[in-house]
Design a protein around this ligand. Sequence first.
Ligand code: B12
Length: 274
Amino acid sequence: MVRKIRVLVAKPGLDGHDRGALIIAQALRDHGMEVIYTGLRQSPAQIAQAAVQEDVDVIGLSSLSGAHRTLFPKVLEELKHRDAIDIPVIGGGVIPSEDIPYLIDQGIRKIFTSGSSTEVLADYIQELIDPKTKPIEKPKKIAHIGIAVENIDNSLSFYTDALGLELEAVEQVETEGVKVAFINLGESRLELLEPLNDTSPIRRFLDKKGEGIHHIALEVDDIKTRLEQLIKQGVKVINEKPKPGANNSQIAFIHPKAASGVLFEICQHEKSDN
Ligand code: B12
C-alpha cells in the first residue's frame, strides 16, 4: 500500500487564532494526506518532538500573532538538535511580505499567506515529498509587452528613432483583429498593437483607456499543461484553451482580476528561442 503523505500542522507560541490552521488541516486531508494537528500554544521543542515521533514528511507552521520571525527559526533549531532538519518546514498565517525573504533565508521552504489556494498548497507538498511529481513550470521570461496604439506608423518612430530599437516585422492577426509590429528588446519584444476593425479587443481597449500598455506576455514551455494547472488552482482565465497568436505562437489570456488589474498572456512559441 502506498504510504500517505504525513503532515504536522502546528501552532507555535501563544497565538490563539486556529481557524486558518484547521482549514489547512482539513484541506490537506481532503487531498488524501494524513494530518496531525498539534493544537494551540505549542513550544518549538514540542513541535519538533511531535514531528519526529509522528515520523511526518512535512511540518506546516501557522502564526497570526506576529511572532513568526522568532518562532519559525526556533522550530528549525529544535529539529537540528534532533537530527531531523531534513523534514521540510513551511508556514502560513498573517505574515507581512517583508518578513518572507528572512524566513526563507532561515530555512523555511515556503510561506502561504491569506488567500493562498489550498490546491496550490497540496500540489506544493506533493512535489516537495515526491520528486517524480512534475513541478509547476515557472514562466521563462517576458516574451513581450503589448502596447495598444491608434496607428503603428505614427507611433513607430519613438521606438526605432528615439530609443534606437529595431523593428523586426509587422504582421496582421485576423482572428484578433489586430496589426502587430514586433520591436526587439534584449530577450523580449515590445509589440505595438493597432486595431484592424471596430470589433477588435484593441479598439475597445483604446476607446476605454486610450493608448498604453495592454498586456504582458510570459513565455512558457508547455502552454496546455500550464493553462490546465492555472484553472485547477482556481485562477480566473479568459481562454480555457490555447489559441493561435502572432509570430507562430499559441496564446491564452489570464483574467486581470486574478493579477491586480494586469492582463497577462501566457504564450508558447514554436521555437524555444523565440
Ligand atoms: C478571527 C480573528 C480573531 C478571532 C480568532 C478566532 C479563531 N479561533 O481563530 C479572535 C476574535 C478570537 C481573535 C483574537 C485576537 N486577535 Co485576531 N484576528 C482575527 C482575524 C479577523 C481573522 C483571522 C482568521 O481567522 N482568518 C481566516 C483564516 C482562514 O485565514 P488565515 O488564518 O490567514 O489562514 C489562511 C492563510 O494565512 C494560510 N495559513 C494559515 N495558517 C497556515 C498554516 C500552514 C501550514 C499553511 C501552509 C498555510 C496557513 O492558509 C489559510 C487559508 O488561506 C485577523 C485579521 C486578518 N485579516 O487575518 C485578526 C488578527 C490575526 N488578530 C489580531 C489580534 C491582535 C488579536 C488579539 C490579540 C486581539 C486582542 N487584543 O485581544 C486576540 C489574540 C487572540 C489570541 N489568543 O491569540 C491581529 C494580529 C496582529 C499581528 N499579527 O501583529 C490581526 C491580524 C488583526 C489586525 N489587523 O490587527 N482574532
